[in-house]
Ligand binder design. Structure first.
Ligand code: IMP
Length: 430
C-alpha cells in the first residue's frame, strides 16, 4: 500500500498543515517522525481555526495519529492539545492516538536550558522557539534522555529522573546562572502524565509495520523544513533534528523502501523565522507586503517571519535531498497585485556561479542571488480550482517554479481554506 510523505522544502511554515489535512482524507494513519512542539500547523476548516503543535494535522479528518520515536514530546503540551481536540469530539478513543515508547520526553529543565542558552548568546542567539527541543535531542544523543518507556516503568523512573535533575540543576545554576528545577514537583507532575498518557504509549514501529502489511495507508508529516535540517540546513541556524525524508525511516521505525511518494512543500515565495542566512530576503516594502498579505507571523511563537522571493536553489536542493516526486505550492494568492515577481535561479559566490547552498557559515553571507523577473497578475485567485482558472501570468509563474526546480506540481494552494486548492495529482493514486 502506498505511503506518502509531506516534507518542508524551505525553512518551515510552508503550509504543511493544510496539505496534510487535505491528503489525510485518503490516509488511514498520519505519522510524525521528528521535531516536537516547535512546529505549529494552522488548520482552517469552515470558520474554525485550529493550531496543532504535536498531534499530526490529519487529526481533523478523524484519522488515527501516531507520534513516532524520533519526536521529542512535551507531555504537558500534548495533554492540553489532546484534551482541546477531545472537547471538539476528536481523538475520543485512546487508540486514536499512539505515542512511541521510544520517544524522548521534554522536561522543564530542557526548556530552562533552552531559554538560558539563548539569553547568554545575546546578539548571536539562534532564535529558537524556546520549547526545549535542542537540549532534549542533546540528552538523547548523549544517552542521558528519558523516554516514555522509562516513564511507564513506575519502579525505576524516580531514580532516573533524580539523576537527570541533579546533573541538569548543576548545569543550570553553575554554568547558565539560571534557576534550578524542583525534583519532587517534577516527579509528581510526571506521575500525573503517566496516568494521563499511559494508554497511548506503545511500540509504534511494530504497529506501523502491521498496519502497512494489512493494507492501511500512511501519511508521514514532516515538521520544520529541509533548510532547518541539522545536517543539510543552514547550520548552526537550524533545528536539532533531521527534517529530510530520510528521517522517516529512523524517526518512525519504518524501512526506507516502504516510503512511496514524497511531496515537497514550498510557498510561492520564501520565509524564515529566527536568525540565519536568507539570500533572497527582502528588507523593503515588498517584504513588508508579503508579511502583511501572507499573515506571516509564527504559529508557535507569534514572531514576524522574514520574507523574500522564491529561491529555486533551495528547492532544487530539497528535491535532491528528499527525492521529491511533486511539489505542493502554497500561498500563490499572496503574490496577487505585484507588478513584477522575482525568482532566484542561481547564486554567485566570490564571482563564481554556484548551484547549491555552501556549507561554510561565512560563505553563506557572501552569496549574491541571481534573479529572473516574471510579470505579475492582479486578479484574486481564491476561486481557482484548476490551472485553467488562473490568470495566464500566474500559470506561467507556476510553470517557471516547476521548470527551475525540476519537480512537477501536485497541488497549488490559493487560500487558507481546504477548498481554496487546485489539486493536480493525488499522491496516494501515484
Ligand atoms: P528550535 O527548533 O526551537 O531549536 O529552533 C531552531 C530554529 O528552527 C529557529 O530558527 C526556529 O525559529 C526554527 N524553527 C523551529 N521550528 C520551526 C517551525 O516549525 N517552523 C519554522 N521555523 C522553525
Amino acid at each position: 500500500m502506498p505511503a506518502v510523505a509531506v516534507i518542508g522544502a524551505q525553512w518551515g511554515d510552508e503550509g504543511k498543515g493544510k496539505v496534510v489535512d487535505i491528503l489525510a482524507e485518503h490516509a488511514d494513519i498520519v505519522v510524525r517522525f521528528q521535531g516536537g512542539n516547535n512546529a505549529g500547523h494552522t488548520l482552517v476548516v469552515g470558520d474554525e481555526t485550529t493550531v496543532v503543535h504535536l498531534i499530526p494535522s490529519g487529526v481533523l479528518q478523524g484519522k488515527m495519529c501516531v507520534i513516532g520515536n524520533g519526536v521529542v514530546v512535551d507531555p504537558w503540551v500534548l495533554i492540553e492539545e489532546r484534551d482541546a481536540l477531545r472537547s471538539r469530539g476528536l481523538l475520543e478513543g485512546d487508540d486514536q492516538l499512539k505515542i512511541s515508547d521510544r520517544a524522548h520526553l521534554i522536561l522543564p529543565y530542557h526548556r530552562a536550558v533552552d531559554a538560558a542558552r539563548e539569553r547568554i548568546r545575546g546578539g548571536g542567539a539562534l532564535g529558537t522557539t524556546g520549547r526545549g527541543i535542542g537540549p532534549t535531542y542533546e540528552d538523547k544523543m548523549s544517552r542521558e534522555g528519558l523516554r516514555f518507556a522509562d516513564l511507564m516503568d513506575v519502579k525505576s523512573f524516580p531514580d532516573l529522573l533524580e539523576n537527570g535533575i541533579d546533573r541538569r540543576n548543576r548545569y543550570l545554576t553553575d554554568v547558565l546562572s539560571a534557576e534550578p528545577v524542583d525534583y519532587k514537583q517534577m516527579l509528581d507532575d510526571c506521575n500525573r502524565v503517566r496516568d494521563q498518557l499511559g494508554a497511548h504509549v506503545t511500540d509504534t514501529s511494530v504497529f506501523l509495520d502491521k498496519s502497512m502489511s494489512s493494507g492501511r495507508r500512511l501519511l508521514f508529516e514532516g515538521g520544520q523544513g529541509t533548510m532547518l535540517d541539522i545536517d543539510h540546513g543552514t547550520y548552526p541556524f537550524v533545528t536539532s533534528s533531521n527534517t529530510v525524508s530520510g528521517a522517516i525511516a529512523t524517526g518512525a521505525g519504518v524501512a526506507p523502501n516502504r516510503i512511496g511518494t514524497v511531496v515537497g512543500m514550498c510557498k510561492a515565495y520564501t520565509t524564515r523565522v529566527g536568525a540565519g542566512p536568507f539570500p533572497t530576503e527582502l528588507n523593503d516594502e515588498d517584504g513588508e507586503r508579503l508579511r502583511k498579505d501572507g499573515g506571516e507571523f509564527g504559529a508557535t511563537t507569534g514572531r514576524p517571519r522574514r520574507c523574500g522571493w522564491f529561491d529555486a536553489v533551495l528547492v532544487r536542493q530539497a528535491a535532491r535531498l528528499n527525492g521529491l516526486d511533486g511539489l505542493a505550492v502554497t500561498k500563490l494568492d499572496v503574490l496577487t497585485g505585484f507588478e513584477k515577481i522575482k525568482v532566484c535561479t542561481s547564486y554567485d559566490l566570490d564571482g563564481e556561479r554556484i548551484e547549491s547552498f555552501p556549507a561554510s557559515r561565512t560563505a553563506v553571507n557572501r552569496i549574491v542571488p541571481n534573479y529572473e523577473e516574471l510579470p505579475g497578475w492582479s486578479e484574486p485567485l481564491e476561486r481557482a480550482r484548476s490551472l485553467d482558472d488562473l490568470p495566464a501570468n500566474a500559470r506561467r509563474y507556476v510553470k517557471c517554479l516547476e521548470d527551475l526546480t525540476g519537480v512537477p506540481s501536485f497541488l497549488v494552494s490559493v487560500g487558507a481554506r481546504r477548498t481554496e486548492t487546485i489539486i493536480l495529482r493525488n499522491p496516494f493514486a501515484s
